[in-house]
Design a binder for this molecule. Structure first.
Ligand code: GLC
Length: 551
């Protein structure tokens, strides 16, 4: 079997890193991080909406699943115009999710179970109900508080045109006109997302100070890191220049824009890194950064900036061996110079669930998951993907809550279909999500996809994830790493690579993913089959199936 390495092998096992206390360091380099969407994970008080008590009660499930850390989407005080990504108070829990005691108890319980907690930080914009924005509105033009956001007079003779031509990611102009305290039409303010999400002005020192303080507040609460929402958006080009064209959504993630991926953001993350490093135990920052290329994403991960960034280039890749190989190489190559771990993600609360998106049903989703978990670096699992949940495509319009209509960035339409509360039990109100129904209706199929139904069934997706995470934890060839060795001697459409055991034991692992829709016969088994995403019992690898082999 000929082999091609995507990078020169170093020949030596990486040294075990240790922190000041001598404990192994770099937990985040190979962590599997599970995303909890608090509204839809578990409802502790029976009001139909998930909450922190619900999450806390289900932590043993997550520990048992075998993940290393839990990232919670926002649970802060919020009018919920964008499901909590519109924060009114960064230091308070929304009553619908609980209170600070619940957060404290959740963090403590998680730590006792060996799980780390990552919270979502939303620094690009606040809610329009945030005290600063409300005061800025009340005090009118000229108030120094207006400088904490982007207020501008309109264009046109009566100021009736927006100050520039920027478009909101959720559609329409990125500007909304205010009313002066005396009721006359006033200045406009910038919101790259919904009108209820005014953008902060990061040139203002009070904004910078406030977020450093918010970081410390949650670090003092004991969190292990932050997922930084719209990390690429904080700094806007000086003078807020026109884009000069419409259809700006098409450019997102393809080029540097006057409102996205400006170089000035990096200084902010350098100052945050200094704060993270003041705390023991390796607290991390994870960038949600939509940039034009993996190379530009890597800039957020220089040694004195953040630790990880989501790999949206991988998420946006079709189920195709060549395309996957290319994005995997490109991802690994671009992270290597900055020494950051590559991350892998297939689903989150903003995109169509990968079971549906990849177009091949459950078999393909399982194959994609097993492939992802074999890649070097850290992986993200979105709640419910371990159950093989599909996108709920037929939600009635009247129950939908998502303000967005992302259409051109891989997000096709409204995002509620991946946010339906997950099923825990076959029967019962909302399949065990809670005792009081669920805020989005669950499809009938949820019974057979429930945790209860799948637990203990070796053919279930849940048990596949449990096994994969257990093998990944134990196996010296899985987890952190900087490269894969591509294996060329496989039939077309089979992605095959080898990972070297990091401990010198020689227990290498080969991963083969048959991305085709036909069974593929191998000339010889590449090793002992450890785990397969489909029914592999020797002979041909079934269509849409990934197999892990120990060599
Ligand atoms: C991020 C979040 C998304 C939210 C947006 C605005 O992309 O993941 O859910 O709508 O930021 O905060």
């Amino acid at each position: 079997m000929t082999q091609h390495s995507s990078a020169p092998a170093t020949g030596t096992a990486p040294a075990v890193r240790t922190d000041a206390s001598g404990a192994p360091a770099g937990w985040w380099r190979d962590a599997v991080i599970y995303q909890v969407y608090p509204r839809s994970f578990a409802d502790g008080n029976g009001d139909g909406m998930g909450d922190l008590a619900g999450v806390r009660a289900r932590l043993p499930y997550l520990a048992d699943l075998g993940v290393d850390a839990v990232w919670l989407s926002p649970f802060y005080a919020s009018p919920q115009a964008d499901a909590g990504y519109d924060v009114a108070d960064y230091r308070a829990i929304d009553p619908m999710f609980g209170d600070l005691h619940d957060a404290d108890a959740l963090i403590r319980d998680a730590h006792e179970l060996g799980l780390r907690i990552i919270v979502d930080l939303v620094p690009n914009h606040s809610s329009d109900q945030h005290e600063w924005f409300q005061r800025a509105l009340r005090e009118g033009p000229g108030s120094p508080l207006r400088d904490r956001y982007h207020f501008r007079p309109g264009r046109g003779p009566k100021g009736e045109e927006p100050p520039n031509d920027w478009e909101s990611i959720f559609g329409g102009p990125a500007w909304t006109r205010t009313e002066n305290p005396d009721g006359t039409p006033g200045e406009w303010y910038l919101h790259l997302f919904a009108p209820e999400q005014p953008d902060f002005n990061w040139e203002n020192e009070a904004v910078r100070d406030e977020f450093r303080s918010v970081l410390r507040f949650w670090l003092d609460m004991g969190v292990d890191g932050f997922r930084i929402d719209v990390a690429h958006g904080l700094v806007k080009a000086a003078g807020l220049p026109d884009m000069g064209r419409a259809g700006q959504l098409k450019l997102l993630g393809n080029q540097v824009l006057p409102f996205f991926d400006q170089d000035g953001v990096h200084e902010i993350y350098r100052s945050w890194r200094r704060i993270l490093d003041e705390y023991p135990g390796e607290r991390i920052g994870v960038a949600e950064a939509w940039t034009p290329s993996p190379e530009r994403t890597a800039l957020y991960l220089r040694a004195d900036e953040l630790h990880q960034a989501f790999n949206f280039h991988y998420l946006n890749t079709a189920w195709n061996a060549e395309a996957l190989r290319e994005v995997i190489d490109q991802s690994l190559d671009s992270m290597r110079p900055v020494g950051a771990p590559t991350t892998w993600v297939l689903s989150n609360h903003d995109v169509v669930r990968h079971r549906t998106r990849l177009g091949g049903g459950l078999a393909r989703a399982r194959a994609a998951s097993l492939l992802m978990l074999a890649l070097p670096g850290s992986a993200y699992v979105y709640q419910g993907e371990e159950l093989g949940l599909p996108e709920v495509a037929d939600l009635p319009d009247e129950v939908r809550q998502d303000p967005s209509f992302f259409k051109d960035n891989g997000q096709d339409g409204l995002r509620d279909g991946c946010r339906v509360p997950i099923p825990w039990t076959r029967a019962g109100s909302s399949h065990g999500f809670g005792s009081g129904g669920s805020w989005l209706p669950q499809p009938g199929q949820w019974a057979e996809l429930s945790v209860e139904e799948q637990t203990g069934d070796p053919t279930s997706t849940l048990e596949l994830y449990r096994s994969a995470l257990a093998v990944r934890r134990e196996h010296p060839a899985l987890g952190a790493g900087e490269s894969v060795q591509w294996l060329e001697d496989f039939p077309a459409g089979v992605l095959a690579f080898r990972r070297r055991a990091a401990d010198g034991s020689g227990r290498d692992l080969i991963c083969t993913a048959n991305t085709t829709d036909r069974p593929v016969e191998l000339s010889a088994a590449p090793g002992r089959a450890l785990l397969a995403s489909g029914e592999y019992e020797g002979g041909a690898i079934p269509a849409d199936t990934t197999v892990w082999w120990e060599v």
